[in-house]
Design a protein around this ligand. Structure first.
Ligand code: ANZ
Length: 807
């Protein structure tokens, strides 16, 4: 009788054996059959790894182990996204300098990762806040600058009053700071941007060949927001009572962006965004009071409040008029907050009959509504679908698509407009007024002109003589050392750029730096890039659908254009893990509902804990935490241990039924792991266990196969089983079991027999039996026989399933 399986001894033993044998040390140069597996790296936030981390990191490790046993050289590195607000806020709270607390947290996390038994080779790790890493963040900035993709612009930016920093559009969620939830305000500032908009079309086109969740691709499409339409020029009516301006400054036209040029004959007024620079110039004296008062009111609203469809429409007339480009009719010019300055041209031709917001506005202010598309009713609401043009002179009778084309051709001909493609995507605002980030490698001459810092000065060190508390000004302005360093290198009166970079810059290329570990000469060696990129499987949360996952694609494309990499897309296959919740809520420290895995790992071992998380449901679904089922998994482990240690026998061979069950299990575990349905893989191993337990003895070969199948999902247990069975080397170095098609089929079939549609019995026949023999057999069944005595009118045979008699 073997003793109970003791996970904590066994797991420590195998972790040591793996380490002693350098089992998971990797060599990217030697690998022959590369498979690059990446999981989005964590923030070292000081928290202990919680259940959600275990879910996110231990399960992909199982996928990696599976690919390794299938003969792939699996490169599965892990690093730390260490710059940014979480680490900085933690440092502020605890009073330790972020460099120190970050390093402590990283070390603590590495220890916890080791307890999981994951295959990471820490030699390939990275930490984005170290000078070795951020010199490349800065190098990337210089490359962007060199290729005219980095520029400085003054404008209204999103400002978080709590975090005291600028935010990119992507970091504003429903008008609030994505990190702290504070309502974001607009603030005029001069900031650095990267021209991601130059890549809008390529970012859209590239999506097609990626094996990504459809929903994520749709979110990116929506974020990039391609609209085909036209810019149309409306002359401004020359009105005596207009605002006084010098003759040469006279604004003469408004350009609008529309996706429905076919509705041009239905325009009844024109709307400018309240911030539009023309407003001041066209508004006659008499209307200025009302216009300015309205502009003040609008300043208080967030973009979200302004654009909500269901909100009451507000606006004021400017008193100026525009001229319809075709009919020459005079149209009033209004300002209204539903028109935004930062989309299209900040001006709209309003077609109340066919646009909901224009419809609501026209009803509110009693403006005319003219139907120009047939096919729907406009008494209650606008008709926004396509239809047939009407009331539209030369467009009449044309379906919408053709009417658009014809209208654009007319406008281009008359030089009153042109067809254009508009994207919702905005350039990426990369500067931040915070301490804990990579300094932007720019210095200013005494006249204030920016100059890139020559590469030989990289890494451009983040100074340490700084109070890192946020004050609204960049904390780096306080560093004496930073200012002195700049003057020493560049000359008297020169100043450094005080802003640091958005942390999304750090994570936009880290997939390349894992492959360039220790290389401080190149971003990445081109032969290695060719061999390893793109990442074969990237796993991470769906919350990164737009930010990180668009930035990384943009940076890879730009690096390809600069000649540093050969591929254009970083991540070929993408999977989002589900969320582990606690009573329905996301686990987070601030909510105080974080579940620590420690006591469970202590009691049951890390294999049981990992398997239990897998068993909660499909990896992509996540689930609600509850510990009620963990004992069931622990029992499974003990049963497997007993089975293998007590029943396996080298002298025994298995029955046909046992072999069939085994091969069916190999098939379903393989399918389950390939598709990340670890729960079904475990369920079929449980069924196999039931079958094997019912045998007197099982063959050594079957027992060994069981250990191999278990190896990706319960790595320590599997090693222990393997060595108990006398297996050579590590089980993780064995090749993955193959199933035999011939063994999947049973020798016999069970056929049900019906009489007049009612079930009357079932028969067992040879799998190769002929139709006639099966029917004859069915007739002989005693229960069937008594119902067919009266004589059979019809016989039906559904192969491998049923025989049906009609009497
Ligand atoms: C006339 C029109 C008629 C429009 C019609 C729609 C339907 P997407 O598809 O999102 O690109 N628009 C343009 N610029 C705007 C701005 N700065 N703020 C608010 N709305 C703006 O939307 C383009 C449409 O949104 C444009 O087409 C314009 O209204 C409006 F039957 O022009 B349309």
């Amino acid at each position: 009788m073997h003793p109970e399986y003791n996970p904590s001894d066994v797991e420590a033993k195998w972790q040591k054996k793996w380490a002693d044998a350098h089992e998971f040390e990797f060599d990217i140069k030697k690998a022959k059959n590369p498979y690059y597996l990446m999981v989005m790296f964590p923030y070292p936030s000081g928290a202990q790894l919680h259940v959600g981390h275990w879910f996110q990191y231990s399960i992909p490790d199982s996928f990696g182990r599976f690919q390794r046993m299938r003969g792939k050289d699996v490169f599965h590195p892990m690093g730390f996204d260490a710059f940014g607000l979480p680490a900085e806020n933690y440092a502020i709270k605890t009073g330790t300098p972020p460099a120190k607390s970050t390093q402590e947290n990283v070390d603590a996390m590495i220890e916890q990762f080791k307890r999981m038994g994951v295959m990471f080779d820490w030699k390939y790790s990275l930490n984005t806040s170290t000078p070795e890493y951020y010199r490349w963040t800065q190098w990337l900035f210089l490359q962007m600058h060199k290729h005219d993709l980095a520029y400085r612009k003054e404008g209204n930016v999103n400002w978080c009053p709590k975090d005291q920093t600028v935010l990119a559009n992507e970091q504003v969620k429903d008008g609030c700071c994505e990190r702290c939830g504070t309502e974001v305000i607009q603030k005029p500032l001069t900031q650095w941007y990267w021209k991601i908009t130059d890549y809008a079309q390529r970012l859209l086109d590239g999506l097609e060949n990626l094996v990504w969740p459809e929903k994520t691709k749709l979110m990116q499409q929506h974020w990039i927001g391609r609209s085909e339409g036209a810019e149309i020029i409306f002359e401004i009516a020359n009105d005596e009572k207009r605002a006084p301006w010098a003759e040469d400054e006279a604004p003469s036209k408004i350009t609008v962006f529309t996706t429905r040029p076919d509705t041009l004959f239905g325009v009844t007024y024109v709307v400018l965004a309240p911030e539009h620079p023309l407003v001041e110039k066209i508004t006659p004296e008499k209307h200025r009071g009302a216009v300015n008062a309205y502009k003040e009111e609008v300043k208080k609203k967030t973009e979200m409040q302004r654009t909500a469809l269901e909100k009451d429409k507000t606006g004021v007339a400017t008193g100026a008029y525009a001229i319809h480009p075709v009919t020459g009719e005079k149209l009033p010019i209004w300002i209204a907050d539903y028109v935004l300055m930062n989309y299209g041209t900040g001006a709209v031709m309003a077609v109340p009959a066919h646009d909901e917001r224009d419809f609501a506005f026209a009803k509110e202010y009693s403006l005319p509504v003219i139907q120009v598309v047939d096919g729907g009713d406009i008494t209650e609401s606008a008709f926004t679908s396509e239809g047939i043009a009407t009331n539209s002179e030369f467009l009449d009778g044309l379906p919408t698509k053709e009417a658009k084309k014809k209208m654009i051709a007319w406008l281009e001909d008359a030089e009153k407009g042109r067809g254009i493609i508009n994207y919702r995507l905005r350039d990426w605002l990369v500067s931040r007024q915070r301490y804990w980030g990579s300094p932007i490698p720019i210095v200013y001459d005494p006249e204030g002109n920016p100059h890139p810092i020559p590469e030989k000065h990289l890494p451009w060190m983040l100074p340490t003589d700084v109070e890192f508390k946020p004050t609204g000004k960049s904390p780096l302005t306080e560093s004496k050392e930073f200012i002195e360093r700049t003057e020493k290198i560049f000359g008297k009166g020169w100043t450094p750029e005080f802003d640091t970079m958005d942390t999304f810059v750090c994570s936009s290329f880290y997939y390349l730096r894992y492959l360039a570990s220790g290389d401080d000469k190149h971003l990445i060696d081109p032969t290695i890039e060719k061999k390893w990129m793109p990442v074969d499987m990237y796993i991470g949360g769906p919350e990164h659908a737009t930010m990180h996952l668009i930035y990384a694609r943009f940076v890879m494309m730009a690096l390809k254009d600069f000649g540093f990499v050969s591929h254009e897309e970083p991540f070929q296959r993408l999977v989002h893990q589900g969320l582990i919740t606690n009573q329905g809520a996301k686990m987070s420290k601030s909510k105080g509902n974080v579940v620590s895995p420690d006591s469970f790992v202590e009691e049951y071992g890390s294999d049981v804990f990992r398997m239990y998380l897998m068993f909660m449901g499909p990896f992509t679904d996540g689930g609600d935490w509850s510990d009620t089922g963990i004992k069931g998994i622990a029992r499974f482990v003990q049963r497997v241990w007993r089975l293998i240690s007590e029943k396996s026998d080298a002298k025994v061979s298995d029955s046909r039924d046992v072999l069939m069950k085994l091969h069916r299990t190999i098939k379903s575990v393989t399918d389950g792991l390939e598709t990340l349905h670890f729960n079904t893989a475990i369920a079929s191993l449980m069924e196999l266990l039931n079958t094997l337990e019912s045998q007197e003895k099982i063959s050594l070969e079957t027992a060994q196969t069981f250990a191999k199948l278990l190896s990706p999902i319960a790595p320590h247990l599997a090693e222990e089983l393997w060595s108990t069975l006398g297996g050579k080397g590590f089980v993780i170095d064995q090749s993955w079991p193959q199933f035999d098609h011939a063994q999947l089929q049973s020798d016999t079939l069970t056929i049900v027999v019906q009489v007049n549609g009612k079930l009357r019995g079932d028969i067992t026949v040879d799998a190769k039996a002929k139709k006639e023999d099966i029917i004859a057999e069915a007739k002989k069944d005693p229960n069937v026989a008594k119902y067919i005595e009266s004589g059979i009118k019809k016989e039906i045979y559904v192969p491998e399933k049923l025989v049906s008699f009609v009497v």
